[in-house]
Design a protein around this ligand. Structure first.
Ligand SMILES: [Zn+2]
Ligand SMILES: [Zn+2]
Length: 88
């Protein structure tokens, strides 16, 4: 893979990070030097990871909402929560 700014190449399967603003593949040195007015450059890889994490969080929240609806439907108290409080 080749850095689009200094054209340094990495061997093997190593991936460069990329600017979250313009999407250019940049080596570590160029990321540190900055891009698009950000020093260091905003990491595209980090932004993608955070987007993934936010998506997963939303899915988990949706699952929890389903569980909450189920508890309301059966009219059962939240036994799990009560046990947790006694344990502490
Ligand atoms: Zn570079
Ligand atoms: Zn950029």
């Amino acid at each position: 893979m080749e850095c689009e700014r200094c054209h340094k190449t990495t061997s093997g399967y190593e991936l460069h990070d990329y600017c979250a603003e313009c999407g250019k593949n940049l080596c570590e040195d160029c990321m540190e030097k900055g891009c698009c007015g950000n020093v260091p450059a905003s990491s595209g890889m980090q932004a993608a990871e955070e987007a993934d994490a936010a998506e997963q969080l939303q899915e988990e929240e949706a699952e929890q909402l389903k569980d909450a609806d189920f508890t309301v439907d059966t009219g059962l108290p939240n036994v799990e929560g009560q046990q947790g409080e006694i344990g502490q």
